[in-house]
Each structure stands twice: as C-alpha cells, then as structure tokens.
Design a binder for this molecule. Structure first.
Ligand code: PHE
Length: 452
C-alpha cells in the first residue's frame, strides 16, 4: 500500500493550540451556558467536570493514540489497526456525525456573522433586553439572511481546508487562542460587576443536586464529548499528524483544561447578565446572542468589545468547523481517492444542503418536527448525546479490547517521564470504567427518556 508522507505539527504548543482550536468553539461559548442553565447550574457543572476528567480525557488519549499509531484518517486508522473486522464502522459513524454537527453548527456560526454585522452598524447597542429577544427571533426565523451567512461560513471553512490545514491551522490557532482567552476574561470581569451578578454566580457555583437526573448526566457526557471534539474522529485525524517523539498526555491535559476553563468562563460571562437584566434561564440557543449584547451595552466602549467578541467567536467557530470538515475530506481523499479540491467541494456542498434545512427550522420549517424536535434541535441533540456519546463508547471499547491496553499504555508513555501509575490508571479507566459508565448512562437515559 503506497503511503504518501504525512504532514506533521511543528511544535507541542502548535499541537495544543490546534487541538484546543478544535475543542474551543461554539460548544463552549454558545452551547455550554444554555445547557448548563437548563440543567441546574452548579450541580451540572460538577458532573460536567467529572465527565471531562474520567471520560473526556481518556477518550481524547485513545483517539490521539489510534491516529498516531495508524497514521491515517478516522476510517483508515481502524482499517489498518483492525483489518477485516467491523471496527472501521466507527469511522463511518464519525463521518455521519461530522455531517450532522456541521449542518447545525454552521447555522449558529452564521448567526455570529450577523451579530458581527449588527455590532459594526452599532445596532445592538440601543436595544432593550426585550428588543434583543425580538431581534434574535426575527432574524433567525427569516429565510435568506441566515442562509447567506451559513453558506459564507461553509465557504470560508472550505477555503482553509482546500489549501491544506496544517500550516494554516497551527499558525492561526497559536495566535488566536491567547487573544480569545484575554477577551473572555475582560468580559467576565465586567459581567460579574453587574448589579445582581451575585445571583448568577450563586446559580453557577451553588450545586443543587436534586436537579441531577440520569438524563442530565447523559447531557453532561454529551456536552463534554461535543466540547472536547471527541467521539467522531477529529482527534484521530489530528493524532495522525503528531510526531512520534511527542508526549500525548500533556497535549490532552492542556487541551481539556483550556476547553473546560473557557466553558466555565462562558457561563460566568453569561449568567450574571441573565439575573441583572431579568432574562429567562430557558432562552435556549438564543441565550448568548441575547444576554451578551446586554453586557456589552453596559461596558464603556462596549460596541468595540462586541465587534471584537463576535469576530473571535466566528474565528473560534472556524477553527472547529475546519476540524469537522477535515474528517470527511481526509476520508474522501484517502479512501475514495478524490483529490483535495474535489473532496472539499463535494463535502461542503452535501453538508450545506442539510445545513440549510437546519437554518430553516427556525422559520418556515418551524412546525416540521421529528420526535417532537425541529430539525435543528434534533441534529443538535443527537450529535452530542447519541453520536458522540456512542462514538466515544465504541472508541474506548476498541482501545481497551481490540487495540489493547498494553499498546495504548506504551503509546501514551512515549516521552512521558513522570509517574508510570498515570498511564496505567488511564488504561484501567479506558478498559473498564469508561465503557461501563458511558454505556450504562447512555443506554439507560435514552431508554427512559427517549429523545427529549
Ligand atoms: N468542540 C467544538 C466546539 O466546542 C465542536 C466540535 C465537535 C468540533 C466535534 C469537532 C468535533 O465548538
């Protein structure tokens, strides 16, 4: 089998920036605060952090090890490591997940461009909280504007992917991630000094465990998988670009820590504004677009901050959309032997078509529901809580029981000189704890609650 030499990341910092670029995105800033708000604040946060440590981190390490040892795309890696078995089907599920995620993710990424445009025009600054709700509803339920922005995001994603992403992504992420963190901190500081902010922080940090159900644990695992970009092969693909002398443990730990920090900071950014401006905790997907402009209004120079914030949000979304599209494109190139241009065009076109249906489900297709959910809600829900959760389950099963813990521990011990007990513990978690925990929660919650 002829194998062309693969690109590789230049430095450890570059890998972490790229992996964090994929991880940090709308999942942290847009999705986390409202899933958190709808599921009981502080108690959900604790379950979420446990899910990141005991499920997210081990799965990240599994994916990186699989990709690095096979040096191939999400499907090809399983084919190489487990030829003539059904395991490569995990790669197909990942590709399907990529379709589902990008279709609704591009809808929301498109919204950030509209909000950037509104901030540039200065429109957001004069509106009351209730007007902001109306603006959001009017915009998302219209037809052409949201589709226009969505297609633009897909084209930008395609443009970067078509040029080959390694240099672009690594450089882009190294520059962007620190700026994003600084800006979020500034907005957080302003947010916690709003009147009534303390009630928002209490909601976030005072855990009320009576709110925790099997279903909310499933949502926490799903959100952790979504936010860390695990369960569908994005990290297998990135892992295949990591050189053999790099240690995977610090890469995964840094990525998970940055990602979790941004998620928590995003809730700190959003919650005080909810209480300060009397907004609803159940604002759902509109939450960030309604509550953050309220915070910006109360900051001196808030319009400039709004502009910078929406630019960064769009770029944070882009570093994630690229990694999702690359899963499909790498598959089409390696397995179907398309060239990169054709692969990118086909993938972008097909995903955009499904994406348009997601966008329209806020307007003309509002009443078209499946299992009581609109197309957008369905894609949003099943991506994290069905595809990525079951994807993560299959990946730990593969690592623990097919690839083998011995090889896995060897792979993550490369370049890792600290205590041996750590790789061994992670191996144990992957083989026994993670499959039982994810499997039980996912199956029980789906069985008990269905899709809603
Ligand atoms: N992790 C990204 C975010 O939080 C979304 C994503 C999911 C990217 C799965 C790649 C794979 O926004």
């Amino acid at each position: 089998m002829a194998q062309t030499s693969r690109d590789s990341f230049k430095s450890q910092f570059g890998i972490i920036a790229a992996a964090a670029g994929s991880a940090v995105g709308l999942g942290n800033i847009w999705r986390f605060p409202y899933v958190n708000a709808e599921n009981g604040g502080g108690a959900f946060l604790i379950i979420y952090i446990l899910a990141v440590i005991f499920i997210g981190l081990p799965v990240m390490l599994s994916e990186l090890s699989i990709g690095r040892s096979a040096q191939s795309n999400a499907f090809g890696s399983f084919r190489k490591l487990a030829p003539k078995t059904l395991w490569p089907l995990i790669g197909f599920i990942g590709i399907l997940a990529a379709f589902i995620i990008l279709s609704f993710y591009s809808t929301v990424a498109g919204w950030t461009l509209e909000y950037l445009y509104l901030s540039l025009k200065g429109n957001l600054m004069q509106q009351s909280s209730s007007e902001l709700v109306l603006t959001f509803e009017k915009f998302t339920s219209s037809i052409y504007r949201p589709i226009f922005w969505q297609i633009l995001i897909m084209l930008l994603t395609a443009l970067i992917v078509v040029g080959g992403i390694q240099k672009g992504i690594e450089k882009f992420s190294k520059l962007l991630m620190p700026v994003l963190l600084i800006l979020i901190c500034i907005i957080c500081v302003r947010s916690i000094s709003l009147p009534n902010a303390i009630r928002g922080l209490e909601f976030l940090f005072n855990p009320d465990f009576s709110k925790i159900t099997l279903h909310s644990i499933l949502l926490a695992i799903g959100q952790a998988a979504f936010s860390l970009s695990i369960g569908m092969g994005a990290l297998i693909t990135y892992g295949s670009y990591i050189r053999r002398n790099e240690s995977l443990i610090p890469i995964a730990s840094w990525t998970a820590s940055i990602d979790t920090m941004v998620a928590i900071l995003s809730s700190i950014m959003v919650f005080p504004a909810l209480f300060a401006f009397g907004l609803s905790l159940n604002a759902g997907p509109g939450l960030v677009f309604i509550s953050l402009p309220s915070v910006f209004q109360s900051i001196p120079g808030g319009n400039i901050i709004a502009i910078i914030f929406f630019i960064l949000l769009a770029i944070a979304a882009l570093t994630s959309t690229i990694s999702v599209l690359e899963v499909v494109v790498a598959f089409l190139i390696d397995e179907i032997k398309l060239n990169r241009l054709l692969a990118t065009v086909c993938a972008t076109f097909a995903i955009s078509i499904i994406g348009i249906f997601c966008t329209l489900s806020f307007g003309p297709l509002k009443n078209f529901t499946i299992f009581g959910l609109t197309i957008f809600e369905l894609m949003n829900y099943i991506s994290a809580n069905v595809f990525l959760t079951f994807g993560a389950l299959l990946i730990v099963l593969f690592t623990g029981w097919k690839f083998g813990i011995k090889k896995f521990v060897e792979e993550i011990s490369i370049g890792y000189s600290s205590k041996k007990i750590i790789p061994l513990t992670i191996g144990f978690i992957i083989k026994y704890f993670a499959p039982i925990a994810i499997g039980t929660v996912a199956i029980a919650a789906l069985f008990i609650h269905g899709l809603t």
